[in-house]
Write a protein that binds this ligand. Structure first.
Ligand code: DC
Length: 233
């Protein structure tokens, strides 16, 4: 018997991270934020000067030299070519959990995530996370591609207006200079890109439970999910 996977997909700003983290805590599962993995890849590619229109070969040559890991709610970027002394100081690699949270990296993660070479690179990282642990995994293709046989599947949605508001408040809290209009434009652009790409686009799996969180508190969403998880079928 494999480990249990609770897979949650949904668009940007639907509240997946908050819910998935809390759910994992309540059930004693590990939490896997796959958006953070795509963001770490985007950061690594940008640091190596990769542009969105660059070839697969160029992207692959950067990916060959890095490793990405998600551990205890944090994402680590390891460059295989780091000096050995630095490696011994940072055995897990660099903790990039904060750096990846900018709107710029959000944008590039969405752009680079449309590339097969990037998605293939992260497939094992994601599946390996479930080898030794029960996990709550959230992203865009957890229920459809990465864990199609997941124990429980959810699609967490909310209206564009509500998601833009949440994103705006989140970025404001961090001191980002952003207007409500810019936040809405950013979320709308990502919706289009993440759901219209050719490989693993965001869509609701037929067997996923649909939850619209537009008029629900995070607590209510969590209770709904817990109820569905506890119903054994
Ligand atoms: O959830 P997030 O905003 O941190 O994700 C950043 C980007 O990564 C998102 O716009 C699309 C991409 N992504 C993806 O393609 N597949 C996933 N499973 C998770 C994220």
């Amino acid at each position: 018997m494999g480990n249990k996977v609770i897979a949650i997909d949904g668009p940007s700003g639907a509240g997946k991270s908050t819910i998935a983290k809390e759910l994992a805590g309540r059930l004693g599962f590990s939490y896997l934020d796959t958006g953070a993995l795509y963001r770490a890849v985007a950061l690594a590619l940008r640091e190596k000067g990769i542009e969105p229109e660059d070839s697969d070969e160029k992207i692959a040559s950067v990916l060959k030299g890095i490793a990405i890991a998600f551990k205890d709610g944090k994402v680590f970027l390891k460059e295989n070519f780091q000096l050995s002394t630095l490696n011994s100081q940072l055995p897990d690699g660099r903790d990039v959990s904060e750096e990846i949270r900018t709107t710029e990296i959000g944008h590039y993660s969405s752009v680079f995530s449309a590339r097969k070479v990037v998605r293939d690179f992260l497939l094992d990282v994601q599946r390996n996370a479930a080898l030794n642990n029960n996990i709550v995994a959230e992203g865009r293709d957890m229920t459809t591609v990465v864990f199609p046989d997941a124990w429980k599947k959810f699609y967490l949605d909310a209206s564009l207006g509500e998601r833009a508001q949440r994103r705006y408040r989140q970025l404001k809290e961090k001191g980002a200079a952003i207007t409500e209009r810019e936040a809405e434009k950013d979320v709308a652009e990502r919706d289009v890109r993440d759901s219209s790409r050719d490989i693993a686009p965001l869509r609701k799996a037929d067997d996923a439970v649909h939850i619209d969180s537009s008029v629900m508190t995070a607590g209510e969403v969590l209770e709904n999910i817990l109820k569905a998880v506890r119903t054994d079928h």
